[in-house]
Design a protein. Structure first.
Length: 289
């Protein structure tokens, strides 16, 4: 109990240092939370596309309906194709208007004539995408072929890049957090150097002396992790409607409340370890075993 009181007194006596320590911890766990959200979201998007293999073939303007029907019929007769859907220019315009209904300028600039007709082909397996895409590319009436392996490859590339950047950012912020915490706790210890020497002379154990400073570091870490998680969770809650609209059809939301709580618990545990380790490093130079 005395250690808790001592730690609280140390915090109250230097509020600006405490704010600095909590701020850097908050930034660290804010980045960590966003990093986890992005990785989890990217994984869901990739799994969604992998579960719905599809090729889209856009036709040239001069393509005749009879040729399109013949191509569609030929695709339906193959074992790799599970479904074929024709999207006319008029239907493409309806889809475009629905997607951009909140932007009148974009609606005025586009007509059915400039939008290509297309075929949406679903395959049985994702491995069949390349075969069907190659066959469509050979057709003289097809202008462009897009299939989800391209999307998956791009998403995977972005996810890997984000993972590297995220890990680097978390490591840098963690090191900065440790450095700042060590500096702040070290300054406080230096101000109490004489008191520490007296406590050692009267028989106080190293653990007894360390404990208030370690508890102070844990306090900074836990408060920072709570603040970082709360900011990230709030930002996710506000961004959910926009992301749901932007990623229409992809089941990203709602995010499980249990998942958010598990993330919070993991961050609090990490904060305890980070705060305790930083404080231990700071006090180690004054308490040689």
């Amino acid at each position: 109990m005395n250690s808790k009181i001592t730690a609280w007194k140390n915090i109250r006596r230097s509020p600006y240092q405490a704010i600095a320590a909590i701020f850097i911890m908050t930034m660290t766990f804010l980045v960590f939370s966003f990093f986890i959200f992005i990785l989890a979201g990217s994984s869901k998007v990739i799994n969604y596309f992998e579960s719905k293999p599809q090729v889209t073939a856009f036709f040239k303007d001069e393509a005749k309906q009879a040729d399109i029907d013949a191509l569609s019929k030929g695709l339906k007769g193959t074992e790799q194709v599970s479904g074929v859907r024709f999207v006319s220019k008029e239907e493409a315009l309806k889809i475009y208007r629905e997607q951009n209904k909140n932007d009148p300028l974009l609606l005025d600039l586009v007509t059915a004539d400039i939008l290509p007709a297309s075929l949406e082909i679903s395959t049985v397996e994702i491995e069949d995408l390349a075969l069907v895409s190659n066959e469509l590319s050979k057709s003289p009436i097809v202008q462009e072929v897009i299939y989800q392996r391209d999307v998956i490859a791009t998403l995977t590339s972005w996810t890997n890049a984000l993972r590297r950047v995220g890990v680097a950012a978390i490591l840098v912020l963690s090191l900065v957090s440790i450095f700042i915490m060590v500096t702040i706790i070290g300054i406080k210890i230096s101000h109490k150097k004489e008191d520490i020497e007296i406590m050692k002379l009267i028989g106080a154990t190293n653990w007894y002396i360390r404990k208030p400073f370690i508890m102070e570091g844990i306090f900074y870490g836990v408060l920072g992790s709570l603040a970082g998680w709360l900011i990230a969770a709030t930002a996710l809650w506000y961004a959910a409607p926009f992301l749901s609209s932007f990623l229409r059809g992809i089941p990203l939301f709602p995010v499980s409340f249990v998942s958010l709580i598990l993330l919070l618990l993991a961050e609090v545990l990490l904060a305890i370890l980070l705060g305790a380790f930083s404080s231990y490093l700071a006090v180690l130079r004054y308490l040689k075993n």
